[in-house]
Unconditional design. Structure first.
Lengths: 534, 336
């Protein structure tokens, strides 16, 4: 990758040397103090947000995309689409005149067309595709979203029409196609690299249709982008975009203050107060697309009794958790989906914090001297900044109603694996960050019957709930789906397979000269549309 | 001398084999599965999990895995990273020059300051200067690196604005790496101000990484000097009327240096260990940060390969120190 350099930039670097302020590199250069190096530049091969920031969110486009700063999906490389009556055929009408990037080793001879779309999906779908095994060939998001089972075929109808054939109707299909793994790559570039005997270059030296193109990358140091001059949506207001890789959050803050970068991700919770009063920082905030929960094992007595689960929920003081664990940067969760997702049911009544009533309910259920475990994750996650502390608070709350709980923890990989067991002892602290803004991505993945023994940590398979979410999966009408999901949330609340703990608040410190940076609900960083004051 | 070199070289081979075994076994003994960690909360199905384990060769018996690894080493192939799927050796050597550059500067700083301070403290034994130096050295030795680095950044970059916060060079400059050493590359680039920018970026990390070796060297020099200053030949030299500078600089220091050289050799390992934290604080694109990331992701090939290469470097440096030591001190090389 180090050889992947544009000589023109060397000249530009000399010219830029005349600038006085560190961030005033060129007329419009925005510096983003990113948190780490991308795993590579092909978003279909990897799963980390850091990789998506450096690839799909700047360099590539998808058929459909989320409007910046929202979970609303809209047209992108596809101008429009039709869904057949039976929900098994999706026909996309592609945008014309979309140009791929011109780089050192590739000059496109044609515009983006149906061949590129078919290539991008068939590489992941078809095991005999010449590119399927290139760069390790594992497509975890494609697999994770059940695309291999769902897709029957992806066909080119004509140069600007592509048809997706499905094995079963799937309402979240469009939202899935807005995800990073569904980025459209150049089939022409791939063919050229294969001919040259260097197919893996497609994944390391990206050529996309996106608003920015990669100019140079130095691992753990810097990624340099420049605006794509022929971008179909109009050239980005920024001329250059630089990712200065800065792993430590306190150092990122110092760099932001010193003007060495304009935008920083993931601030230290302890620095938030100082940032609020800092004249060099404009602190943006938004509720995250996530949920942190405590999942009971609903297959093990006495947690197979909804009354017991409900009573334990009522014994937890969630406000105290928000204060102590999130230091205020969180909101109490009452539903298993965050409020930023459509179909969020605001009419749900949360279990009130009432230790006395909880005690009485446990007695009614015939439970006394209950001993159990609380599993605390060993890592910090957006939906739970300190699981150990959270577990301690819950432990104390439960002790007050006569329940003795021990806190257990394992190494992160072990934790994820062991917590899947259906005969697991105790309640597990975990959470989820949304992938595509569809309620199905929370409710079916985390609480559906298919997830038992896997991502459904409550091991909860409740037929009335399952019927609702399965029906919502095949209905394409948004209003009807909303109703089904809202009802499902009520069933969930009544059955209480989890204690819903919190949705975190995401903070994004930017410098005052940054114009129109919007927090991405999916946790990404999108710089198209962002500008800098002169 | 030839026999001495052969003996020393002979010891390197079993050490090397030991390291390959140790790194291979240790990373596998640490609980955690690379595939589970890659998948995170999303998880993978048991079938997919098995497929991926097979793809990375993790389903093979341990002995066979080790054999594949060992065979790879002999042909210069350390495998591919599970995370980035790039050859480990390429990733290592992209990042290694940054660590070497920083470690070299830190060691230079530690020696240039530590030696004279240690000598002076010994000569002025019991004085306020001596007590101050030894007190400061003890503090430096026990300083938490992370805290020390952040403190310096807040003071010199934040409040005073004298040095840049982090990185290797200002983003104003861009050139293709030639040697990987920023000081050299910035000079070669011919761009105005690039070299001074590289130097200014090196100042704080050098001080932070050099602090512990500096403290050790200063203390070691002082005690070695004190021992030597009490020797008969020093008293004789003084009695002969030689200037104090000559007595201390030539007669005493020369002999006191022998243990100090050993300590410097041993500090190379300490530097690599310290680089892990220093590199994280100063966003320094070296192998320390890379190795920690690899360990936390259970990226077996990167951890095995990375530690093997670092250990090789430390072995070679210590071999060099041993040889220099033998050269300086004939008693060592003639010992049977």
């Amino acid at each position: 990758m180090s050889k992947f350099v544009k000589s023109s930039l060397i000249g530009a670097g000399v010219a830029l040397g005349l600038a006085l302020s560190p961030v005033a590199l060129a007329a419009k250069t925005l510096v983003f103090c990113s948190e780490g190096s991308p795993e590579g530049f092909n978003p279909s091969l990897y799963t980390a947000g850091t990789t998506f920031d450096a690839s799909s969110r700047q360099v590539y486009n998808r058929l459909v995309e989320f409007e910046r700063g929202t979970t609303v999906i809209g047209p992108a490389l596809a101008e429009s689409w039709d869904v057949s009556e039976d929900g098994l055929e999706y026909t996309f009408h592609l945008r014309k005149g979309v140009k791929f990037h011109t780089t050192d080793n590739f000059t496109p001879t044609r515009d983006m067309n149906a061949d590129d779309v078919v290539w991008s999906f068939m590489r992941q779908f078809d095991e005999n595709h010449p590119y399927h095994k290139v760069s390790g060939g594992s497509y975890e998001y494609f697999n994770g979203m059940s695309m291999p089972d769902l897709l029957k075929d992806v066909e080119k109808v004509d140069d600007y029409t592509v048809k997706f054939l499905l094995n079963r109707p799937e309402a979240p299909m469009i939202a899935n196609l807005g995800m990073d793994f569904a980025s459209i790559m150049s089939a022409e570039y791939a063919a050229k690299m294969q001919e040259a005997g260097t197919p893996e270059k497609v994944d390391l030296e990206p050529v996309g249709t996106g608003p920015f193109q990669v100019v140079a990358y130095q691992k753990d140091a810097v990624i340099r982008f420049k605006a794509h001059p022929d971008y179909w949506g109009g050239k980005a207001p920024l001329d250059n975009l630089v990712f200065a890789i800065t792993p430590d959050p306190s150092v990122r803050y110092q760099k932001l203050k010193a003007g060495e970068c304009h935008v920083m991700p993931y601030p230290n919770p302890a620095d938030i107060e100082a940032m609020r009063s800092d004249p060099d920082v404009n602190l943006l905030e938004q509720e995250g697309l996530n949920v942190g929960y405590l999942a009971y094992n609903s297959q093990m007595a006495p947690f197979d009794n909804a009354k017991v689960r409900k009573a334990l929920n009522m014994a937890i003081n969630k406000d105290a958790i928000i204060e102590a664990v999130f230091q205020g940067a969180g909101k109490v969760a009452k539903n298993p989906i965050p409020p930023t997702i459509w179909s969020y049911n605001d009419a749900t009544q949360d279990d009130p914090y009432d230790p006395e009533a909880a005690k009485a309910m446990l007695a009614e259920a015939g439970v006394s001297d209950l001993k159990t475990n609380i599993w605390a994750m060993p890592v910090q996650r957006p939906y739970n900044p300190n699981a150990r502390r959270m577990a301690e608070l819950i432990q104390a709350d439960w002790a007050a109603v006569g329940v003795t709980a021990d806190i257990v923890s394992y190494e992160w990989g072990e934790y994820l694996e062991r917590s899947k067991a259906t005969d697991r002892d105790g309640a597990v602290l975990l959470g989820w960050t949304g992938d595509n803004g569809d309620p199905d991505n929370f409710l079916a993945v985390l609480l559906g019957c298919d997830g038992v023994g896997g991502s459904n940590r409550a091991q909860w398979c409740h037929q009335p709930f399952e019927d609702l979410i399965q029906k919502a999966k095949v209905v394409s009408d948004r209003d009807e789906r909303t109703k089904l999901y809202q009802e499902a949330q009520l069933v969930f609340k009544e059955q209480a397979p989890w204690a819903t703990i919190a949705h975190s608040v995401v903070y994004k410190p930017v410098r005052p000269e940054v114009v129109d940076f919007r927090i991405d609900p999916f946790g990404g960083h999108v710089f198209y549309g962002v500008d800098l004051k002169e | 001398m030839f026999r001495f070199i052969i003996t020393r070289l002979g010891l390197v081979i079993p050490t090397f084999v030991g390291i390959t075994l140790l790194t291979f076994a240790m990373i596998r003994l640490v609980p955690g599965d690379p595939i589970e960690l890659l998948a995170g909360e999303r998880g993978v199905s048991p079938e997919r999990h098995a497929e991926l384990r097979a793809a990375y060769g993790l389903d093979k018996p341990m002995l066979e895995q080790y054999w594949i690894y060992a065979k790879g080493i002999l042909s210069g192939d350390l495998g591919k990273s599970i995370v980035t799927r790039q050859p480990v050796i390429d990733e290592f050597f992209t990042l290694f020059p940054a660590t070497v550059e920083l470690s070299f500067c830190a060691m230079l700083f530690a020696v240039m300051v530590g030696l004279p301070v240690g000598v002076l403290a010994a000569v002025k034994r019991g004085s306020v200067f001596d007590h101050t130096v030894m007190g400061t050295a003890l503090t430096g030795y026990s300083m938490p690196i992370f805290w020390w680095g952040l403190l310096l950044i807040i003071l010199f970059s934040g409040i005073l604005g004298w040095t840049p916060v982090s990185g290797r060079i200002s983003l104003l400059y861009y050139f293709e790496p030639v040697t990987g050493f920023m000081l050299v590359d910035s000079l070669l680039s011919g761009q105005d101000g690039a070299f001074s920018s590289a130097v200014s970026h090196l100042v704080l990390p050098t001080i932070v990484l050099g602090t512990i070796p500096l403290a050790v060297i200063a203390r070691q020099t002082r005690s070695a000097m004190l021992e030597v200053l009490g020797e008969d030949y020093v008293r004789t030299a003084r009695a002969k009327g030689l200037s104090p500078l000559r007595v201390i600089g030539i007669h005493a220091l020369r002999n006191a240096l022998i243990p100090v050289i050993t300590v410097i050799g041993l500090q190379v390992g300490v530097l690599f260990a310290g680089a892990v934290l220093t590199e994280t604080i100063f966003s320094w694109p070296g192998i320390g940060k890379w190795l920690i990331d690899s360990i936390s992701r259970r990226d077996y090939p990167s951890v095995q390969g990375g530690i093997l290469l670092i250990a090789t470097t430390v072995i070679l440096v210590n071999l060099l120190v041993d040889l220099v030591y033998g050269l300086v001190n004939p008693r060592i090389r003639h010992r049977r």
